[in-house]
Design a protein around this ligand. Structure first.
Ligand code: F6R
Length: 244
């Protein structure tokens, strides 16, 4: 695991954005796995700002979204599809056919999840997967208890996750379930970058530093990946001792 300790939240986001853009520059046909959430907003903004100054060709890239809520109407303003539309697709003029979204609007979720896994394989796998982390150590929506070999599937959200995200929804609208790539699916990516920012992530980061392959904190499974980079802002790193 490589750890990058950034002097500010903005610089942490800029570092991640730069790593993504470097990947695309060196490998224009990159397959990228994208996370959503508040942590990623400054990353996508930084990518958009950089590309406004220095346009890049993204038309050969393909993007897999990591997860999506279940039970929301299509195009709901707080769906992850709407999120990425707002933060990346529109500002960068990307095409919808460059994206694969977890297929949540279907009656047979099990089959749809298998198809998503097949799409990942047929695309040759993800070259670079972006990840945030939940306060409970979840990655994607792999909540505590998820196993290291789990694949794309339907997941019941914990109350902690629902509480953390309920400000994005009107009263009573916060979904109870999601479809998420599994930990095994995430670990198949050739490289992983996790960004954690804010004091609310400090305990999860401390736990991550001290444990391995622990289902209580799904992020600990990432430490076995040969190309895992963890980028931290000062608050997220505030409970660990890096001795640097
Ligand atoms: C979202 C996702 C989640 C978030 C995590 C942190 O696609 O995969 O794991 O990264 O819940 O969310 P924020 O960044 O809003 O604190």
């Amino acid at each position: 695991m490589r750890i990058i300790l950034s002097p500010s939240t903005q610089e942490a986001a800029d570092t991640v954005a730069m790593m993504v853009l470097d990947k695309i520059e060196s490998h224009p046909q990159s397959v990228l796995g994208l996370a959503t959430g508040r942590t990623m907003e400054p990353v996508y903004k930084s990518m958009v700002d950089t590309m406004t100054k220095k346009p890049m060709h993204l038309e050969k890239c393909f993007f897999f979204m990591l997860d999506e809520y279940l039970g929301l109407p299509e195009n709901h303003a707080s769906s992850f599809k709407s999120y990425i539309e707002f933060h990346l697709v529109k500002p960068l003029n990307l095409h919808h056919d460059q994206f694969a979204f977890p297929p949540v609007h279907t009656s047979n979720l099990e089959l749809a999840a298998e198809n998503y896994e097949r799409c990942l394989r047929e695309a040759g796998g993800v070259d670079l997967q972006l990840l945030g982390i939940g306060t409970n150590g979840h990655i994607g929506f792999n909540e505590p208890g998820s196993l290291g070999d789990s694949r794309t599937r339907r997941i019941l959200l914990t109350e902690e996750t629902r509480l953390a995200n309920k400000t994005q929804f009107k009263e009573g609208e916060m979904p109870r379930e999601a479809l998420s790539m599994g930990i095994g699916s995430i670990l198949d990516a050739k490289s992983l970058i996790m960004l954690a920012s804010g004091r609310s992530k400090a305990d999860a980061i401390k736990y991550l530093m001290n444990h391995h392959d622990d289902p209580k904190c799904p992020a600990t499974y990432l430490k076995s990946h040969p190309h895992f980079t963890l980028v931290l802002d000062p608050d997220a790193a505030s409970k660990i001792n890096l001795n640097i």
